[in-house]
Design a protein around this ligand. Structure first.
Ligand code: IMP
Ligand code: MG
Length: 179
């Protein structure tokens, strides 16, 4: 693992290493396995950012489940554009199901708010939220987050699915921007 990397015009330093990420993913999986025992949840993975978290998380899920993907977009560069577009919708029947939304990060909460609206329109019976990373100081909404891998300060991070202008999603560790 490199301590410092450059992505486009910005410098980043290691913030959360792969082992720490794995431990956080395992904690989230354990909670879901315990709390949703006996249920058959539909996991709805929010693309693109959550792909790596979802892959590792779902390998640790022991209960019966289905998996679907949704694609929303609100970010350009390092700042939220405040507009959330639905690019790919959910194909599975949501009505009456226990749904677990799988997100890489909750920042302002705008993207998740949009997801919650979509799922309530589709009459999900129970909607839970699992996010790898949560930025409490950026949060501007009021919904409850059921499963949180880790809380971080208001820094821009990349790696493990998270990107800077489309780059660095493949990195196994999480890096934070050097201001
Ligand atoms: P929100 O709508 O402001 O909560 O932002 C959520 C989405 O913005 C996430 O699903 C990410 O894709 C992206 N995002 C938020 N913070 C970061 C970050 O620090 N690095 C990279 N992407 C981020
Ligand atoms: Mg995301």
């Amino acid at each position: 693992m490199k301590e410092k990397i450059k992505v486009k015009d910005k410098e980043f330093s290691v913030f959360i290493n792969a082992a720490e990420i794995d431990a956080a993913v395992a904690r989230v999986a354990d909670s879901i396995n315990k709390e949703l025992k006996g249920k058959v949840p539909l996991f709805v993975v929010v693309l693109n950012g959550a792909f790596m978290f979802a892959s590792d998380l779902l390998k640790k899920i022991k209960i019966e489940n289905n998996i679907s993907f949704v694609k929303l977009s609100s970010y350009t560069g390092t700042r939220s554009s405040q507009v959330v577009n639905e690019l790919i919708g959910i194909n599975e029947v949501v009505k009456g199901r226990t749904v677990v939304i799988v997100e890489d990060i909750i920042d302002s909460g705008l993207t998740m708010r949009r997801m919650l609206d979509i799922l309530s329109q589709q009459e999900a019976a129970d909607v839970r939220i699992a996010t790898l990373v949560y930025k409490p100081n950026a949060f501007q909404s009021d919904f409850k987050i059921d499963y949180i891998g880790m809380e971080i300060p208001n820094d821009f991070i990349i790696g493990y699915g998270l990107d800077y202008d489309g780059f660095a999603r493949n990195l196994p560790d999480i890096y934070k921007i050097v201001e």
